[in-house]
Design a protein around this ligand. Structure first.
Ligand code: GLU
Length: 486
């Protein structure tokens, strides 16, 4: 599988655009298991060239989440390594140099088409029901002339000169030959007008320079791989071995790609509801891969020992919360009481957490035996809204619109970095004025959604203490409940 003498080097390459995704953990696990079994190296590279989408806190959240489930990497932005830097935003010169190599080889060309021209082209293609894509307008420009225009400061991008027709294929270890006709691919932008690389250029250059032997990623990247293969060819490089893992699916009847609208996708959600890291890791190991026989419970070390790609089945693995809970229960029951106490303390029953929530209730209790009842909703799972359904209303607003409004609030805090009372309050105020809802009514709905009660400690402090994951989950569930209510 690997040419003799070529060491196994694999990587994950997350983009730091949000909360640490279970899909990242899933792909990391398979890279890790394969690397460890082969005595190879596992690299973590941060793909942050799309700065408009990058979030400053996201990278650290990814590191923390992967460490929490028990994975470590041999090279990466935090641990260094022979191919540093491992953050693409710090490798701009490398990509520009490589774009120049392709220009010199006449495998790429400069394109001076304006946004306006491209927009008109798109409209025309849509009207004529033709496939969308760049019409190669600049492909035949004289390269010397194009270089002069670029040197004079004319804005431009660099595009790959994709062969005009003909089949080309790559080999996927799980899927065999994947073929496409070059005609279906337009001339990809490699370098944007601001000098930043696109995902395609940066990804291929880095995988090559970092000597990656196997690219193990989710199947949603197959159409990109087809472009990457053309890029490897243009550089005259041997491509790595490709392995596209089946996508995680929602537990709905259409088995759609896992999405936050259908179920929580942040690793931190599972941490916050008290899933044990070893249970989550084990669960991810059962996604698309089988240990053998009907064995579902296994440790990481056991998985590494028997790991092989022929145990992957390509039918979409369902990220099924019931199964995760079932596995978690098994791990939980096996802990000694001493270990269980440690886990509970590490979870929320610790001084640091209590110190953050006690100010919310200190003036509301008279005896310590009133403490737990006063903050019980900070330690419980999904809430039952049946008794408070009649209160989940905004006067003169249809329930479906109340539900939509709640989701709009979620979108607002999703777009913000950090998780503080002040941020939550600012967003809520802006949200109310946008919807024209009175804060008195809107905040009551939020209060009930996050606590299940009408009388609680101050709302935004409570949300801050509850954490983003549980808050998001409860708001989404409330929206669902209101949406369904007649
Ligand atoms: N940056 C891509 C991501 O966010 C990397 C995909 C790949 O592994 O090539 O997942």
């Amino acid at each position: 599988m690997t040419p003799p003498g070529k060491p196994v080097r694999v990587r994950i390459a997350p983009s730091p655009t949000g909360d640490p995704h279970v899909g990242t953990a899933y792909i990391a696990l398979f890279n890790y298991a394969f690397a460890r079994q082969q005595g190879g190296k596992f690299v973590l590279r941060i793909e942050d060239t799309d700065l408009s989408r990058a979030r400053t806190d996201s990278e650290q959240l990814i590191f923390d989440a992967l460490h929490w489930i028990g994975l470590t990497w041999d090279e990466g932005p935090d641990v260094g390594g022979p191919h540093a830097p491992y953050r693409q935003s710090e490798r701009g010169d490398i990509y520009r140099e490589h774009a120049r190599v392709l220009l010199d080889r006449r495998e790429a060309y400069r394109c001076f088409c304006t946004e306006d021209r491209l927009a008109k082209l798109r409209i025309q293609q849509q009207a004529e029901k033709r496939p969308l894509g760049y019409d190669r307008h600049c492909r035949e420009l004289d390269p010397a002339e194009a270089a002069r225009r670029a040197a004079a400061g004319e804005p431009h991008v660099v595009r790959l000169g994709v062969p005009l027709s003909g089949p080309f294929a790559f080999h996927d270890l799980l899927r065999g030959e994947v073929t496409r006709d070059a005609r279906e691919i337009d001339d990809q932008v490699l370098l944007k007008s601001d000098g930043m690389p696109t995902y395609h250029l940066a990804n291929v250059v880095d995988d090559h320079l970092m000597a990656i032997s196997h690219v193990i990623r989710a199947e949603e990247w197959i159409s990109s791989t087809q472009k990457h293969v053309l890029l490897y060819r243009a550089f005259g490089w041997d491509p790595p071995q490709f392995i596209h893992m089946p996508l995680l699916r929602n537990a709905d009847k259409d088995k759609t790609k896992i999405s936050k609208r259908k179920q929580p996708v942040s690793v931190n959600y599972y941490r916050d509801i008290g899933i044990l890291p070893e249970a989550l890791l084990n669960f991810l190991g059962t996604m698309g891969w089988s240990f053998g026989g009907d064995r579902e419970k296994f440790t990481l070390a056991e998985m590494i020992e028997v790991f092989s790609w022929d145990r992957i089945s390509l039918g979409g693995p369902v990220f099924n919360l019931e199964k995760l809970t079932w596995l978690n229960e098994k791990y939980l029951h096996e802990l000694s009481v001493d270990e269980l106490a440690d886990r509970a303390i590490a979870w929320r029953l610790n001084k640091a957490y209590l110190t953050s929530v006690l100010p919310l209730v200190q003036k509301r209790i008279r005896k310590l035996d009133e403490l737990i009842p006063a903050i019980e909703f900070l330690f419980s799972g999904d809430l039952d809204y049946t008794p408070v359904l009649g209160e989940l209303v905004i006067p003169d607003v249809a329930p479906a619109d109340v539900a939509k409004g709640l989701l709009a609030y979620v979108e607002r805090f999703e777009a913000r970095v950090g998780w503080t009372k002040q941020m939550l309050e600012d967003e809520a105020a802006a949200w109310c004025s946008e919807l024209g809802w009175k804060t008195k009514h809107a905040y009551m709905v939020l209060r009930i959604a996050v606590t299940g009660r009408t009388a609680t400690p101050p709302l935004f402090e409570t949300m801050a203490a509850l954490g983003k994951e549980i808050t998001r989950r409860r708001l989404r569930r409330t929206a669902e409940v209101i949406g369904k209510a007649k």
